[in-house]
Design a binder for this molecule. Sequence first.
Ligand SMILES: [Zn+2]
Length: 78
Amino acid sequence: MDDNCGARLTNGGAGARIDPSVCPLCGKENGCAMAAGRAPESCWCFAASLSADALGRIPPEAKGQSCLCRECAGGSAR
Ligand SMILES: [Zn+2]
């Protein structure tokens, strides 16, 4: 299971302080299509393979709320 991206996991959590357009790991824009108001299927994360390491570092409150950015999702950022 690697479905922690905001676009993949839509639980519609309202009221959270998480900004869906910002990467929970580095705080930069994640480029998520859903956060930009586009169809979730068009998000880059659908074609990307998210590293297990990156997924494990997502704060619990951010899971299902915000996408990682490409750099963090690839596990090579930092
Ligand atoms: Zn990031």
